[in-house]
Design a protein around this ligand. Sequence first.
Ligand SMILES: NC(=O)c1ccc[n+]([C@@H]2O[C@H](COP(=O)([O-])OP(=O)(O)OC[C@H]3O[C@@H](n4cnc5c(N)ncnc54)[C@H](OP(=O)(O)O)[C@@H]3O)[C@@H](O)[C@H]2O)c1
Length: 324
Amino acid sequence: MFAVYADSFASSADDPLTGLVVGERPDPVAPDGWTTVTVKAASLNHHDLWSLRGVGLKQEALPMILGCDAAGYDEDGNEVVVHAVVSDPTWTGDETFDPRRSLLSERHQGTFADKVIVPRRNVVPKPASMSFEEAACLPTAWLTAYRMLFTQGNLKAGDTVLVQGAGGGVATALIALARAGGLRVLATSRDEAKRAKALELGAHEVFESNERLPVKVDAVMETVGRATWSHSIRSLRPGGKIVISGTTSGPKLDDAELTRIFFLQLSVIGSTMGTRDELASLVTMLDATGVRPVIDRVLPMTDARDGFAAMAGGEVFGKVVFTR
Ligand SMILES: NC(=O)c1ccc[n+]([C@@H]2O[C@H](COP(=O)([O-])OP(=O)(O)OC[C@H]3O[C@@H](n4cnc5c(N)ncnc54)[C@H](OP(=O)(O)O)[C@@H]3O)[C@@H](O)[C@H]2O)c1
């Protein structure tokens, strides 16, 4: 079958695409308890670039079909969204806490292909109101944003939230979901055009990266890491919280602002992906509110390399979607 996969790891961090192959891989065979999904649309995440750099993916797992997210048809012809977190069959409860869990494309083959196999419980019905392209944006970036805001962040209507790095897949989801959830939304971006788009998307106010804010916020949603961490801590009110799910600009800090963290009694909360039930709630929230993922571009999966290059160059606002 057609597939987009990692055959080797990038030799240099500057050129993550050297190991990317657009070609053919064998058809998957679903073991007992698994189902085959025919992929109609899949979306790109920064995770796929990390994979090409060998982060989170082992050499012995290569060749590995990339992609965590997909929407398509299950074996009975139902329209479904794929849940990307695969937990151990014996695990019960919140699957993001399973130490043996993995994301599609880490241990099990990913979604940038004609077909992907997943455990039966890893499919969620896709509402008719949502296109395959829109649904394909939800399983990683949008689910991560949902859990950051409403589960780990425990934010409520009326709270004020700062979203760092407005242009990203997770960040655009954070802005749209926070606005739909009744929060006051502040956002930063390095880029003026992206700041303007963030306003259109629902941010109440936008700022340059690291610009001093006129108010202190209840919570910061952080995916950028090193480049914005200090600003995130400094933007919080006493007792505020920072929810972090990524470090796009790097995880090492010059100043972790430890003094402010204890003196202002701040909380630092990690967040990773989300559960199948949270994905189902996210799908219902979008169906009910009419909020839809921000799609930067839709490309045929055969042109996947162009989408990877745009993300690596920081040129995207929202999600890059591949179709079959
Ligand atoms: N823990 C999880 O479950 C989970 C799930 C999904 C994603 N993630 C992580 O979250 C991060 C974002 O993922 P994504 O798919 O949304 O990536 P993305 O679409 O490539 O977005 C990256 C964002 O980072 C910002 N950024 C990059 N370098 C920056 C810098 N030097 N200074 C300021 N801002 C910078 C950009 O903002 P502007 O261009 O607007 O400034 C852009 O919005 C990644 O690290 C990813 O691995 C984690």
